[in-house]
Design a protein around this ligand. Structure first.
Ligand code: PRX
Length: 632
C-alpha cells in the first residue's frame, strides 16, 4: 500500500511524468511488486497488429503478490467480510492467512484433477468467499479463469465454455438472491451437456439442495479439498501469460472473450484501486458489483487484495429485505469507500430518505459510481444523502477491455463536476476524434473517445480470434484504441461520457449487443425477424425495446406471444437481458439494400411520432407510420 498519490498537484506532476516517460513511470510502480524474475523489456507495442507487451520476460504469480507477499504483516488481517443475503444469518470473515491456505488447498485439488498451466476453467458461482478462492486457485496453478455471471442462462454458459474450450467448471448447487433461490447446478448440467471439452464439474454446497452428481464428472468442493496441503508452489507465469478471459458483448456476433494478462493487469488494478479510492491502511472497502463482471474482477478481487485491503463481499441485493440494505451494511462494517452503479442509486432513490436516515453513514470517505453515465439528479442525491455533502463522488469510467479505471477523480484530491468522469489516471492518454479521425481540440465538442497509448491493463486480444480484436478496437482509427463511447471535454479538461456510439446497450450497467438479443428472439417459433434498440429508462439507464415480426400467430393472444418471446431471451442469454418492451409489428423499416434503419426505431422507442429525418431511402416508408400507430 504505497502507490498512493496524495495531492492534486502530485497527480498533475505524476501525470506529466507518465506521459513523458511511460516506461520509467510504470517500471518503477512494477518494481514495488514481487517478481520471481525481473522483466526484460518494460513495453513493446504497436496498435496496428495489435501487439502489446508489458514487462515481458518478467516472471511472477499474481497470487504471491496478493497473498504470500502480505503474510508477514497481514496474516491475521481480514481480507473479506462476507455478508449473506439473509440479514439474520451470520456472516463470515476470512483473513489473508486463511485465504492463502484455502487457495493452496484448492490449487492442490485442481492439480489432482489434472488442471495445468494454460488450461481454461469456467467459474459460475454465487457471491461467496469460495468464489474468490476458486479464482485465485486458478491463478495459482496458472490456469486461465473465465468467470460467467450466474445470471446467464445455460445456453450462454455453453457458448462461453465452447469458445474457451474449458475443461473444468467450478459452480455451486445454487444461490440466494433476495427472496429467491436459483438452481445453478441444473443450469450447468444443461449447459455442459454438449460441451465436449468439459472433464469435471466442482460443486460447492451453498443452499443445501443436494443436487444430482454425475458419476465420474462431478466432485463436491469440500470432498476435493479435504486433507489437501495448505501450501502450493505458485506456478511461474510470464507477465504476458493469460490471467483470465472475460466475455463481453459487442455490436455484432456472439460475446467475445477479452483477454487480460498477468503482469500489466496486476500493476494497474492495484495502482488504480489505491489512487481512485484513496484507500488507507485499515479502511473497509465495499464494491457492490458481482464478481462475474469486470468491476468485480478488478475491484473486489484483484485490486483490493493486491493492495492488502479489507473489503466486503455481499451475497444479496440492494432491496432485500428492504431498500435500506446497502446502508445497513455500510453502518455494520463502518465502510469507508463505497462503490456502486447508478442504476442501484436510482432504484434506492425512489424509496425515499427514511430508509437511508436510519443508518449511520459517517464512516464513508469516498463514494463511487461505475458502469453507465450517472445523471445529475442521481449524482446530487448520492452526494447529499449518502455522502452527506462531505464525500467526493468518484465517477469512474472504464470497460471490460481496459481492465481498470481510466477516467475518474482520485478520492477527495480532484475537482468534481457532476456527470463528468473527470481526468485521466496517470498513464492514460485519451483523445476525442471526429468521424474522419482528426483530434478534436475544442471544448464541449462531442467526439469518439479513443486512447493513443497503451496502459498496462489494456486487453491483449480476444480469445481465439485476434482479428476480431483488431477489427473491433484498433481498425476504426489507425493507431488508436477505440472505446465505442462518445464523450466531450469541458473547459477544464474534464471528460463527460455521453454513451455508446455503437449497437451496444447498457442496461443497469450491464452490457448487451442488440444483435445477440435479436438472435435470441429469432430462435422463437413465432418470430420471423426482429430489431432491438435501447431507449432511455428512468431506473436502468437504458431499457431494451424489441420490435418483432411474427408468424403463425393469428389465433394466439398477444400476451402469450410476448411471454414466449421473453422466454426465448431468458433461455438464450439470461433473465438479465429480458426486453422491457416488445412490440409486435407487421414489418421493419428497411432500406432498399435491406438494412434495418435503427435510427428510426430508436426514435419511436423514445416516444417520437414524427420527425424521423430523411426516410427517402426506405423501401416502404408506410411501415414507419404503421409502427408508430401500433406503438401508441
Ligand atoms: O459505455 C461505457 C459504460 O460502460 C461501458 C463498459 O461496459 P463494461 O465493459 O460492461 O464495463 C462496465 C464497468 C467498468 C463503457 O463503454 N460506462 C462504464 N463506466 C461509465 C460508463 N459510462 C459513463 N460513465 C461511467 N462512469
Amino acid at each position: 500500500m504505497n502507490l498512493r498519490i496524495k495531492s492534486f498537484e502530485e497527480y498533475q506532476s505524476k501525470y506529466q511524468e507518465s506521459i513523458e516517460n511511460p516506461e520509467e513511470f510504470w517500471g518503477a510502480i512494477a518494481e514495488t511488486f514481487s517478481w520471481q524474475k525481473k522483466w526484460d523489456k518494460t513495453l513493446d507495442w504497436n496498435f496496428s497488429e495489435p501487439k502489446i507487451n508489458w514487462f515481458k520476460g518478467g516472471k511472477l504469480n499474481i497470487t504471491e503478490n496478493l497473498l504470500d507477499r502480505h503474510l508477514p504483516e497481514r496474516a491475521e488481517q481480514v481480507a473479506f467480510y462476507w455478508e449473506p443475503n439473509d440479514i439474520n444469518a451470520e456472516g463470515k470473515t476470512i483473513t489473508y492467512q486463511e485465504l492463502h491456505d484455502q487457495v493452496c488447498q484448492l490449487s492442490n485439488g485442481l492439480k489432482e484433477l489434472g488442471v495445468q498451466k494454460g488450461d481454461r476453467v469456467c467459474i459460475y458461482m454465487p457471491m461467496v468467499l469460495e468464489s474468490v478462492v476458486a479464482i485465485l486457485a486458478c491463478a495459482r496453478v496458472g490456469a486461465v479463469h473465465s468467470i460467467i455471471f450466474a445470471g446467464f442462462s445455460s445456453n450462454a454458459l455453453a457458448d462461453r465454455i465452447d469458445d474457451a474450450k474449458a475443461k473444468l467448471v467450478i459452480t455451486a448447487d445454487g444461490l440466494n438472491r433476495g427472496t429467491k433461490q436459483v438452481d445453478l447446478k441444473s443450469m450447468v448440467d444443461e449447459g455442459v451437456k454438449n460441451c465436449s471439452s468439459i472433464e469435471n464439474v466442482i460443486v460447492l454446497n451453498c443452499i443445501n439442495s443436494q443436487p444430482n452428481m454425475k458419476e465420474g464428472r462431478d466432485i463436491d468442493y469440500h470432498t476435493l479439498i479435504k486433507g489437501k496441503s495448505s501450501t502450493f508452489a505458485a506456478e511461474p507465469m510470464d507477465a504476458e501469460d493469460m490471467l483470465f478471459i472475460l466475455y463481453t458483448s459487442g455490436s455484432t456476433g456472439k460475446p467475445k472473450g477479452v483477454v487480460h494478462t498477468c503482469g500489466g493487469y496486476m500493476v494497474y488494478t492495484s495502482y488504480s484501486f489505491e489512487n481512485v479510492f484513496q484507500y488507507n491502511e485499515g479502511d473497509v472497502f465495499w464494491c457492490t458489483a458481482d464478481i462475474g463482471w469486470i468491476t468485480g474482477h478488478s475491484y473486489i478481487v484483484y485490486g483490493p487484495l493486491l493492495s492488502g485491503a479489507s473489503s466486503i463481499i455481499f451475497e444479496g441485493v440492494p432491496t432485500y429485505p428492504d431498500a435500506g440494505r446497502f446502508w445497513q451494511v455500510c453502518e455494520k462494517y463502518k465502510v469507508n469507500q463505497f462503490y456502486t452503479a447508478p442504476t442501484a442509486i436510482r432504484t434506492l432513490m425512489a424509496h425515499g430518505l427514511d430508509v437511508v436516515n436510519q443508518y449511520d453513514l459517517s464512516s464513508l470517505k469516498v463514494i463511487g459510481s461505475v458502469g453507465e453515465p450517472i445523471n445529475e439528479e442521481a449524482w446530487n442525491w448520492y452526494y447529499e444523502n449518502i455522502g452527506k455533502n462531505n464525500c467526493p463522488i468518484v465517477d469512474t469510467w472504464w470497460q471490460t477491455e481496459t481492465g481498470g479505471i481510466m477516467l475518474s477523480g482520485l478520492g477527495d484530491l480532484s475537482p468534481m463536476n457532476p456527470t463528468h468522469a473527470g481526468y485521466p489516471l496517470p498513464g492514460i492518454q485519451p483523445v476525442l476524434l471526429d468521424a474522419d479521425g482528426n483530434e478534436i481540440t475544442e471544448n464541449e465538442k462531442e467526439g469518439y473517445l479513443c486512447m493513443k497509448f497503451p496502459w498496462p491493463s489494456i486487453l491483449r486480444t480476444t480469445y481465439g480470434d485476434h482479428d476480431r480484436c483488431k477489427n473491433t478496437y484498433f481498425s476504426n482509427y489507425d493507431g488508436y484504441y477505440f472505446t465505442g463511447d462518445g464523450a466531450k471535454r469541458d473547459k477544464n479538461g474534464m471528460y463527460r461520457i455521453i454513451g455508446r456510439v455503437d449497437d451496444v446497450i447498457n442496461v443497469s450497467g450491464h452490457r448487451f449487443g442488440t444483435a445477440e438479443i435479436e438472435d435470441a428472439l429469432n430462435t422463437n417459433e413465432f418470430a420471423i425477424e426482429s430489431a432491438v434498440v435501447g431507449y432511455p429508462h428512468d431506473i436502468k439507464g437504458q431499457g431494451i425495446y424489441a420490435y418483432v415480426v411474427v408468424e403463425n400467430a393469428t389465433n394466439k393472444e398477444l400476451s402469450e406471444i410476448t411471454a414466449s418471446l421473453t422466454e426465448s431471451v431468458s433461455q438464450g442469454i439470461g433473465r438479465i437481458a429480458k426486453p422491457d418492451k416488445i412490440q409486435i409489428v407487421t414489418g421493419l423499416p428497411k432500406t432498399r439494400s435491406g438494412k434495418i434503419m435503427r435510427r428510426i426505431l430508436r426514435k419511436i422507442a423514445e416516444g417520437e411520432q414524427s420527425n424521423f429525418g430523411d426516410t427517402s431511402t426506405l423501401l416502404d416508408p408506410s411501415v414507419v407510420d404503421e409502427i408508430v400507430k401500433e406503438s401508441l
